[in-house]
Design a binder for this molecule. Sequence first.
Ligand code: IMP
Ligand code: MG
Length: 198
Amino acid sequence: MAYRVQPLLSADRIAERVGELGVEITRDYSGRNLVLVGVLKGSFVFAADLMRAIDLPMQVDFLGVRSYGEGTVASGVVQITQDLSHPIEQADILLVEDIIDTGLTVAHLMKLLATRSPASVAVCALLHKPARARVASQIDYLGFTVEDRFLVGYGLDFAERYRNLPYIGVLDEASQGAEEENLTARTPKTSGLEPPKS
Ligand code: IMP
Ligand code: MG
């Protein structure tokens, strides 16, 4: 059974929106002590583009988090797999997330960061799936609101695959079950690397 990824947000559309977010953040953080904190792994592509759209002196750091197993259902368990490399006292933290789904990851990370006396903590998420929210999320900068579909590409994965797609697409649900069964057994027939149609 083949995998299919239906293009949803083209690379150009993402780049345009990331540029707009960069302008907003540049305006809001002028004269402050900005530290971008990317949530690994999903946000590393977004964080890399976003930081280059910010025209300010700033630092970047990463937090490693695991909130999903090898499937597409939120476990509700948030595990820190990698901590920040520097203290964040007095820093203006901008937490960068690929997608806010149930909101559990961001809620957990906000609590964790607050214990370290930063000057401020704000959230920048590329995507938000409000249909699946289990807790209210603080989102200060948002790229796109999306429907309740499982998305891959531009850093987002399904079982660690598809992060390298330059666009964001919907993983075809009919092929998901097949993928779960065959994860270790075979590689996909179609890689999902077709160029976006929109
Ligand atoms: P939350 O804790 O449920 O808000 O989950 C947030 C994390 O789950 C995101 O940072 C992603 O890593 C992952 N996630 C949620 N929805 C999707 C999706 O549609 N595709 C890929 N990963 C997702
Ligand atoms: Mg993530």
